[in-house]
Write a protein that binds this ligand. Structure first.
Ligand code: PEP
Ligand code: MG
Length: 547
C-alpha cells in the first residue's frame, strides 16, 4: 500500500484513552434511510443484490438449524425463503421503487403495509406471518445498510473503526476483542453512542468531518484526550505516540490506585452535605466495574440497551433474569431501572415504529410504552419481580405531565395485581421515580413530587429540549457544551422546589460527570450524582474536596 500524506484531524474526544491501529471504514449509508432513491434502476439493483444475500443467509441458517436442532425447527426458514419471494411483498416494493423511493424506503413501506394488513386478519396463522414479514424485511434492510457485509469483512486483527455515524444498537454490537477505538464523521458527545463508548471504556472521536476513504487500511493514532486523529504517521511519530500513551496510561493507573482507597468512604462535602455516588449502566456486564468503582448504587440502568442488542423484544422472563442478576450483585444497594426509552436515536427494527419527521419530539419513552402496553407491562412485571431480590426502584423517562405519571402508576398497579394472582413476590412499596429531562417536568416538579418517590435529572435531553438543539446534530453540538446556564438554573429551581416538599433529586445525565460543575451541584444540594463506572472514583474524590 502506498504511503499517504500524514494528516492530523480534529474532532471531539470521548473518554481519555488512545489507540494505535489500522483504520477500517464501515459504511452505514442506510442508517438514515433516505426516502428518495438514486434512480429506479440503481435502487432495483441494490434490492436485487440484498434479496440474493438474504436468500443465501436464510439457506445457511436453515441448513444449520436442520443439523443442530432438527427439521421441525428449521421449517421457519423455508417460510422465510418463501416470503422473500412472495408476490404481494415484491410487487409492493416494486410499486414504491417506481414512485421514486429508495430501496430501503420501498422495503419499509411494503413491510409496514403488509404486516399491518396481516395483523388485522382473524386467521391466527396468517396473523402470525406478520412477524415473519417483518423479520424478512428487516434482514433486507440490514443487508442494504451494508452492516452485515462490512462486519463480515472485518478481519480478526485489532482495528479502529471509521464510519459516518454509528447507531446505539451498532455500538452495542461492536466486537470488543478486536475494536481499538472508533471515529465518526458526525455524531456528538451527548449521543447515546458516545455515552456507550465512555461506559465501555472505548477511546473514540466524533465530529471529525469526512475522512477520505484512501486511508482505509492505513495506520492511525487516535488520541481521545486531545481530540485528534493522526492519519498515516511516520515511524517516529508512531513511536512517540506509543510512548506518550504508555506514560498517560501509567499515570492514570497510578491515580486510579490512589483513588481506590476512597471506594467505601461516604462522599460528604466540607459543609456536611452528603452526595450519593451512583453509576449509570447499560446492563449486567457493567456491574463488576460499578462494584470496583465503589458505587453507592445504580442510578440509571438504561434498560433499552438490552432491547437494542437483540433482534426481537425480550420477554418478561428474560428481563426478570437480567434485572434480578443486577439487583442480587448489588447486594442491597439501590438499583434504579429506567423503563424502556426507545425512540428518537434508539430504534429497534422489530418494533416497526412509524416514520416520524422529528423522532426526538415524537413517540419516545413513556409515550411509546403507554401505547404499546403489552410491551410495557412485561417490563414492569419483570422489574417488580426483580424487586424481591434487592433494592430495586422503577424510573419513568420522558415525562411531561402529571397525567402520564398517573397512567403509568395505574399500569404498575395492574401489574402488581397480576403478580398477586400468580403468587409472585415483589416489593409492595416499590419506589417509583421520574426523569426530569424535559423543561415541562422541571417546571411541574412540585406537582409531580406528589405523585412520585424521587427524581433524576437527565441533562442530555434536558439540554437538547431546553436549547432546542438536537443532541445528535454535530452542527449544534457546541450549543450543548457552552449553553448550559439555563439548564443549570432549571435544575437549581427544581432542586429547591423538590426539597421544599421533602423530595429527593439526583442527576444522571452526562453533566453529572463534569467535575467543574460538582461544587455547583453540591450547592444546589442534589442528593445523588450518577455517572459511568470509569468516573465513579474521580467524582467521589471531587465531592470530598467540595465546600
Ligand atoms: C439524559 O437524557 O440525560 C439521560 C440520562 O437519558 P439518555 O441519555 O439515555 O437519554
Ligand atoms: Mg434522556
Amino acid at each position: 500500500m502506498k504511503q499517504l500524506k500524514t494528516e492530523i484531524l480534529h474532532g471531539i474526544g470521548i473518554g481519555e484513552g488512545c489507540a494505535v491501529g489500522k483504520l477500517r471504514f464501515v459504511h452505514t449509508y442506510a442508517q438514515k434511510r433516505d426516502a428518495k432513491g438514486q434512480g429506479i434502476e440503481q435502487e432495483r439493483a441494490r434490492l436485487r443484490k440484498a434479496t440474493a444475500s438474504v436468500a443465501r443467509s436464510i439457506a445457511n441458517l436453515q441448513k444449520t438449524a436442520e443439523e443442530e436442532i432438527g427439521a421441525d425447527a428449521a421449517e421457519i426458514f423455508s417460510i422465510h425463503a418463501m416470503l422473500l419471494e412472495d408476490e404481494d411483498l415484491t410487487q409492493r416494493m416494486e410499486d414504491a421503487l417506481a414512485d421514486g423511493a429508495s430501496a430501503e424506503a420501498a422495503v419499509e413501506a411494503a413491510r409496514d403495509a403488509l404486516s399491518q394488513e396481516l395483523i388485522a386478519l382473524d386467521d391466527p396463522y396468517l396473523r402470525a406471518r406478520a412477524t415473519d414479514i417483518k423479520d424478512v424485511c428487516n434482514q433486507l434492510l440490514s443487508h442494504l445498510s451494508g452492516e452485515k457485509s462490512q462486519t463480515e469483512e472485518i478481519p480478526s486483527e485489532p482495528y479502529i473503526l471509521v464510519s459516518s455515524d454509528l447507531t446505539p444498537s451498532q455500538t452495542v454490537g461492536l466486537d470488543r476483542d478486536t475494536l481499538l477505538g472508533f471515529v465518526t464523521f458526525e455524531g456528538s458527545p451527548n449521543s447515546h453512542t458516545a455515552i456507550l463508548a465512555r461506559a465501555m471504556g472505548i477511546p473514540a472521536l466524533v465530529c471529525t468531518g469526512k475522512i477520505r476513504e484512501d486511508y482505509n487500511g492505513t495506520v492511525a493514532l487516535l488520541n481521545a484526550a486531545t481530540g485528534t486523529l493522526t492519519l498515516s504517521p511516520n515511524d517516529a511519530e508512531r513511536e512517540d505516540f506509543i510512548a506518550l500513551c504508555a506514560k498517560s496510561t501509567q499515570i492514570s493507573e497510578e491515580r486510579k490506585r490512589a483513588r481506590h482507597a476512597l471506594a467505601g468512604k461516604p462522599a460528604i462535602t466540607g459543609g456536611g452535605h452528603r452526595v450519593l455516588i451512583y453509576a449509570n449502566v447499560g446492563g449486567e456486564e457493567e456491574v463488576d466495574a460499578v462494584i470496583a468503582g465503589g458505587a453507592d448504587g445504580i442510578g440509571l440502568l438504561r434498560s433499552e440497551f438490552l432491547y437494542l442488542s437483540l433482534d426481537r423484544a425480550p420477554d418478561e422472563e428474560r428481563l426478570y433474569q437480567s434485572y434480578r442478576a443486577v439487583a442480587e450483585r448489588m447486594q442491597g444497594r439501590r438499583v434504579v431501572i429506567r423503563t424502556l426509552d426507545i425512540g428518537a436515536d434508539k430504534q429497534v427494527s422489530y418494533l416497526t415504529l412509524p416514520r416520524e419527521e422529528n423522532p426526538a419530539l415524537g413517540l419516545r419513552g413513556v409515550r411509546l410504552c403507554l401505547r404499546e402496553r403489552t410491551l410495557f407491562c412485561e417490563q414492569i412485571r419483570a422489574i417488580l419481580r426483580a424487586s424481591a431480590h434487592g433494592k430495586v426502584a422503577l424510573m419513568l423517562p420522558m415525562i411531561v405531565s402529571v397525567d402520564e405519571v398517573r397512567a403509568c402508576r395505574e399500569l404498575i398497579n395492574e401489574c402488581m395485581q397480576a403478580l398477586d394472582g400468580r403468587r409472585e413476590n415483589y416489593d409492595k412499596n416499590l419506589e417509583v421515580g421520574i426523569m426530569i429531562e424535559t423543561p415541562a417536568a422541571a417546571i411541574l416538579c412540585r406537582e409531580l413530587a406528589a405523585e412520585v418517590d424521587f427524581f433524576s435529572v437527565g441533562t442530555n435531553d434536558l439540554l437538547q429540549y431546553t436549547l432546542a438543539a438536537d443532541r445528535q446534530n454535530p452542527h449544534v453540538e457546541a450549543l450543548c457544551r457552552t449553553g448550559q446556564e439555563p439548564v443549570l438554573r432549571l435544575i437549581e429551581a427544581a432542586s429547591r422546589a423538590i426539597h421544599e416538599v421533602g423530595g429527593w433529586i439526583g442527576i444522571c445525565g452526562e453533566l453529572a460527570a463534569d467535575l467543574t460543575l460538582t461544587q455547583r451541584f453540591c450547592d444546589m444540594r442534589v442528593d445523588e450524582l450518577s455517572v459511568s463506572a470509569p468516573y465513579l472514583l474521580e467524582l467521589r474524590e471531587r465531592v470530598l474536596a467540595c465546600q
